[in-house]
Design a protein around this ligand. Sequence first.
Ligand code: NDP
Length: 286
Amino acid sequence: MSIIMSGKEVSANTRAKISDEVKAFKEERGITPGLAVIIVGNNEASKVYVRNKHKACEDVGMYSKVIEMPEETAEEELLSLIDSLNKDDEIHGILVQLPLPKHIDEQKVINSISPKKDVDAFHPENVGKIMIGEYDFLPCTPAGVMEILDYYNIEISGKKCVIVGRSNIVGKPQALLLLEKNGTVTICHSRTKDLKEETKRADILVVAIGKPDFITADMVKEGAVVVDVGINRMPDGKLHGDVNFDEVAPKSYAITPVPGGVGPMTITMLLKNTLTAAKKYILTKG
Ligand code: NDP
């Protein structure tokens, strides 16, 4: 019987700790950690994510400001809003919900967020810091994966870690975090020649490709730890991961489900980063 690694459980534990820390921080410093979330346009999935982030902030006692902008918002207008939030003492974290409408340059927007308030850790300065292992923030999804592995006492050192997917927000930073914990890391992508050959070698397999049920039992080694980052909405409205859970679970030592796996951890890590940003603010303000 494999271990079902419940991100929901890890998340509830971590959020309870964050909530206590926020309370203590408010009492000691008189400051409420604040997060601004900007959403541009009408992407329904993005709206749900933003609502969830707002609620999660309030649940742990943080201040949350959601700024909704219309689809036709000019890039300059968004940049000017970010500039004012960069200077706003009540806001310690700024998150721009992606994707942005096509006429807005995403990287330019990310670059305009103060690295001190960049709670997504997408700014090049923060990305560089992760590369050298001296970071303040970690990108939320890969950081959430690491918390799950830690909670379930999964040994990473010396293990063969295979990541499928090389996006800037999941695959690449995930590789660095596993490497930092002394994993032997392979990154696979759409041009990988024999994917099954690679995934079958994994002691720890992390999948983030956005293809429902893509990883089947024959692609996984007996006793592997499998982390499924994928979130795919099926025609019947159900959520499926990138891993065929029913097939792979019996073969694995431990596996994350979808939903209830990595998903809940992403917002939890956002809360953690916002608290960290507020604490850093104290250090810079004295
Ligand atoms: P991207 O679309 O940015 O990247 C997908 C990656 O998968 C690319 O590197 C691509 O390779 C690779 N890929 C696609 N098809 C294949 C294939 N057949 N074989 C091998 N590699 C393949 O996705 P994201 O990283 O943003 O997201 C991945 C998944 O994770 C999605 O389902 C998304 O919804 C989910 N997600 C979940 C989060 C959570 O909170 N749990 C947060 C973020 C994402 P190439 O680079 O060569 O094109």
